[in-house]
Write a protein that binds this ligand. Structure first.
Ligand code: NAD
Length: 499
């Protein structure tokens, strides 16, 4: 009798409203169109709430509110802004379990990941920027005996931020925190696949910030994203999403000659050097875990280690363990505590990943494990579940070159260090990379030769707020996280004062 009760408590969802309006000027504002769109949960393929369908009129309202707020927000002290960011972090921490559950229902990721990674990283991000903004002072230097030079860092203005669906809350906080810390006002558009968890966050923090400082308009890319990215009243656009969408956003922004930051796609290599064979069991286990990281967040991570490059001498030993470990990944109800991998975020994404399963097979790639849908029952039949999959093939295949954005990795071998670097760099992208080695020379030399904005050595998928994160090549430009992010939201004014 106790079991079903426990089960239903474990799978408990937060209380969602029937529908969510936009959050504009500190108020909940119905969409100008009067229309709402369904938000489907990837858990069971069923709608669980509705979001306002935003258009240009809603974006203009949000920009009005943000411009009005900017007059006073831009003049607040760093201490004031810091305090408010800390308040946001505190209220998120108090409601962490609710936010984790909302994120899991919205996006489909396993609750154990949302709880352990997404929400703590969101909270820490606000705390980090609350800290660095206070330590970041204007600089003064002597120009000559009678003249001093002062560099002031002024907020750039009202900024537009457009984010994807793979880490809805984390992507939102990565962008909000530095912009708010720098003194900017924000109009954000979340992804249409996951508009809800961000609105729950807005409900929590709605009374913390002055009206209009932070506005969120939900809706679709061409209807709500485009008017935001192309508005002449936006001083900067920060975008995270696909490389193809990034190109469009740059075109819109170029009309207004405004800066953009681009966090785009990836096809990250994970390189395993022969020296790992000499390591103790504990280190070898770590390598296996590092390889299996391709299934983290259902593989819907821009830095997903989707290309495993393994030295031929260790291929059999490593892959035997990696395949077994991959087969052991429990795919299941995202809210269940023992689920290791949840559902793909949307039906479109589900279909796209399955189409790559076919492409890989047609190209002649060998399926080492997985390769199809994960069939679940008990109400999950219509959810978007896929088996974590490993292909073996060569780096020219489409499954090695195109971003699948799912729990799919492809593996190939190399003979020499030069070949490993060549393969690692043989991609349009340059976001993340992993390197596993016990050789000190390789630890220092190889990351420098790999074209990627972040190279993890003997670890993978860490995203601390103090480490800069961003892409080389077609993975974008500009950095997220780290205090250098503040400079994407400010401009420098130099004052030369003679006396
Ligand atoms: P997407 O480009 O389809 O959508 C991202 C956002 O752009 C959404 O909010 C969408 O509504 C909006 N958009 C779409 N068309 C638009 C238009 N014409 N004008 C304005 N806005 C528009 O990307 P996605 O499918 O949501 O996300 C997955 C992609 O994001 C992957 O390529 C992934 O690698 C990338 N990503 C990158 C990072 C990073 O930090 N580099 C992080 C997470 C995700």
């Amino acid at each position: 009798v106790a079991m079903p009760q426990q089960e239903s408590a474990v799978l408990e969802r937060p209380q969602f409203k029937e529908k969510y309006d936009h959050f504009i000027g500190g108020k909940w504002v119905a969409p100008a169109s009067g229309e709402y769109f369904e938000n489907v949960s990837p858990i069971d393929g069923k709608p669980f709430t509705k979001a306002a369908r935003g258009n240009k009129e809603d974006i203009d309202k949000a920009l009005d509110a943000a411009h009005k707020a900017f007059k006073s927000w831009s003049k607040t002290s760093a201490a004031t802004r810091s305090k408010l960011l800390l308040d946001i972090a505190d209220i998120m921490e108090k409601n962490a379990e609710m936010l984790a559950r909302a994120e899991t229902v919205d996006n489909g990721k396993a609750i154990r990941e949302t709880r352990a990674a997404d929400i703590p990283l969101c909270i820490d991000h606000f705390r980090y920027f609350a800290g660095v903004i206070r330590a970041d002072e204007s600089t003064m230097s002597e120009h000559d005996e009678f003249t001093i030079s002062i560099n002031l860092q002024e907020p750039i203005g009202v900024v537009g931020q457009i984010i994807p669906w793979n880490f809805p809350l984390l992507m939102a906080t990565w962008k909000m925190a530095p912009a708010l810390a720098a003194g900017c006002c924000v109009v954000m558009k979340p992804a249409e696949q996951t508009p809800t968890s961000i609105m729950l966050l807005m409900e929590l923090i709605q009374d913390i910030l002055p009206e209009g400082v932070l506005n969120v308009v939900t809706g679709f890319g061409p209807e709500a994203g485009k008017p935001l990215a192309s508005s002449p009243r936006v001083a900067k656009v920060a975008f995270t999403g696909e490389t193809t969408t990034g190109r469009l956003i740059m075109q819109y922004a170029s009309e207004n000659l405004i800066p953009v930051t681009m966090e785009l796609g990836g096809k990250s290599p994970n390189v395993f050097m022969p020296s790992i064979a000499d390591a103790d069991d504990e280190f070898f286990d770590k390598c296996v875990e590092g390889a299996v990281m391709f299934a983290l967040n259902q593989g819907e991570v821009c830095t997903c280690p989707s290309r495993m490059l393994v030295h031929e001498s260790i291929f059999d030993r490593l892959m035997e363990r990696v395949i077994q470990r991959t087969k052991d990944i429990k795919v299941g109800h995202p809210l269940a505590e023992d689920t290791m991998m949840g559902a793909q975020a949307s039906n479109d994404q589900f279909e796209k990943i399955l189409s790559y399963m076919d492409i890989g097979k047609q190209e002649g790639a060998e399926v080492l494990c997985g390769g199809s849908v994960a069939s679940l029952n008990s109400g999950l039949e219509n959810g978007y579940y896929i088996q974590p999959t490993i292909f073996k093939g060569n780096n020219k295949m489409r499954v090695f070159q195109e971003e699948i954005f799912g729990p799919v990795s492809s593996v190939t071998t190399f003979k020499t260090q030069e070949e490993a670097i060549e393969l690692a760099n043989d991609t349009l992208y340059g976001l993340g990379a992993g390197l596993w080695t016990r050789d000190a020379h390789e630890i220092y030399q190889m990351p420098r030769a790999i074209q990627a904005g972040r190279v993890w050595v003997n670890c993978y998928h860490h995203y601390p707020a103090h480490a800069p994160f961003g892409g080389y090549k077609k993975s974008g430009f500009g950095r997220e996280t780290h205090k250098m992010m503040l400079n994407h939201y400010r401009q420098t004014k130099n004052m030369l004062i003679s006396y």
